[in-house]
Design a protein around this ligand. Structure first.
Ligand SMILES: Cc1ncc(COP(=O)(O)O)c(C=O)c1O
Length: 399
């Protein structure tokens, strides 16, 4: 009897960190600093249940029936209007509704990548994006943008697209400054490389005023936007991740291609969830929620950074992020292997994300990502004390 057919090869290309995360969820009394989750207290439960109840009866066909692949026209119009600004003119043809931001990433892989083609990716890179593109077997070129000699044009030449998270990157928390945003847009124009602006954290500015989106910087006043930026948005961090409503804004030809890809993925995003998201937008719910979310997360960011300053400053270096959900901490001692630290951390009752999972090659072992949005200040402080003990134990082992 022949053996069963093997699974696709890309499935072998994983490390065991994700398995360890999943198992860690079961440990009692664990301080979880590893995830990237919003605090459930920010979810507008009664508004969303009210909208859901109402739209089922008021928009029954749209909500319970099959609906258009590219999204509800009213929601596409609303997003086009919200993002149109100055020289940026958007219509419904510039907008595709996706099942979360994550589906946008998956569809980009489907439409832009043949096996072996190159992605220029901001380094370190979002784990979910690396996972989404793995079946396409891309080559990666790392864009290390913190250095003074970063050359956007050299990085993007020959790549299919450049992947960036300019607002408070997941995982590094870095805010890409305006001059670098302009340089990336200019490089996209010069090289023909598409420029992906993945922006789930664009509303989470705790200290300063928001910088212009690259989508805006690439607009030239055309009646219908036709530039090189492919912008990904989501309601996951503004309303609730369980809604699974996101969107892509791009040139119409890209929206058509992504729609073809979406047809073969999930046909359409839940009409119920789209209608609920549209109701929320029409009532200004994201704007009403934002000040409370900013206060909560700013306090937690400050609490985490104070705790790190007290207990970790001889072990790691980091920059206080001006927004988002993460602090990226780099080990002072190059002998520290953060994959091992993650496991030792679990023995001490704390879970962090090691840098290897944010490196498409899985090699980077020198840093960790620490989340501050999910836990209150006292839990964050306890987590950091445990992490300090785990790091010292790990360094003793390594010596
Ligand atoms: C950089 C980045 N992109 C995309 C996503 C996907 O978000 P969602 O699918 O929940 O909209 C996330 C979620 O954490 C993220 O951090």
């Amino acid at each position: 009897m022949p053996g069963r057919a093997p699974l696709a090869r890309w499935l072998n290309d994983t490390n065991d960190v994700t398995q360890t995360f999943l198992a860690a969820g079961q440990l009692p009394d664990l301080v979880n600093l590893a995830g990237g989750l919003p605090d459930p207290s920010t979810w507008p439960v009664s508004d969303l249940s009210d909208f859901a109840g109402r739209v089922v009866t008021e928009h029954t066909a749209e909500v319970l029936g099959y609906s258009p692949i590219d999204g509800l026209p009213d929601l596409r119009d609303r997003i086009a209007a919200e993002f149109s600004h100055g020289d940026l003119n958007l219509t419904r043809d510039n907008v595709l509704i996706t099942t979360g931001g994550m589906q946008g990433l998956d569809l980009l892989g489907k439409v832009f990548l043949d096996p072996g083609q190159t992605i220029a990716a901001q380094s370190p890179a979002y784990l979910g994006a690396i996972d989404a593109w793995k079946p396409r077997a891309p080559q990666y070129r790392a864009m290390v943008m913190e250095t003074n000699d970063f050359d956007a044009e050299a990085a993007m030449t020959g790549a299919q697209f450049a992947y960036t998270v300019p607002n408070f990157s997941n995982p590094s928390g870095r805010l890409v400054p305006e001059d670098q945003r302009r340089a990336l847009v200019a490089a996209a124009e010069a090289t023909g490389c598409w420029l992906v602006e993945d922006d789930p954290y664009g509303h989470l500015y705790y200290d300063g005023a928001p910088l212009p989106r690259m989508l805006e910087l690439s607009a030239n006043g055309a009646e219908v936007y036709n530039g090189p930026v492919v912008y990904l948005g989501t309601f996951s961090k503004q309303l609730a991740p369980g809604l699974r409503v996101g969107w892509v804004i791009a040139a119409p030809e890209i929206i058509v291609a992504l729609t073809t890809a979406k047809q073969g993925s999930d046909m359409f995003t839940s009409g119920l969830c789209q209608r609920v998201a549209l109701e929320a937008m029409e009532r200004g719910l994201p704007e009403q929620l934002l000040p409370g979310i900013l206060d909560l997360y700013r306090t937690r960011r400050d609490a985490l950074c104070e705790a790190m300053q007290a207990d970790l400053s001889d072990l790691f270096t980091w920059q206080v992020p001006e927004g988002g959900m993460f602090v990226w901490a780099v080990a002072r001692d190059p002998a520290l292997d953060t994959d091992r630290l993650m496991k030792t951390g679990l023995e001490h009752g704390v879970c962090i994300s090691p840098s290897s999972v944010f490196d498409p090659m899985g090699q980077d072992r020198r840093a960790i990502r620490v989340n501050f949005t999910l836990n209150p200040p006292d839990v964050l402080a306890e987590g950091i004390r445990r992490l300090a003990r785990a790091t010292r134990a790990e360094l003793r082992q390594a010596a």
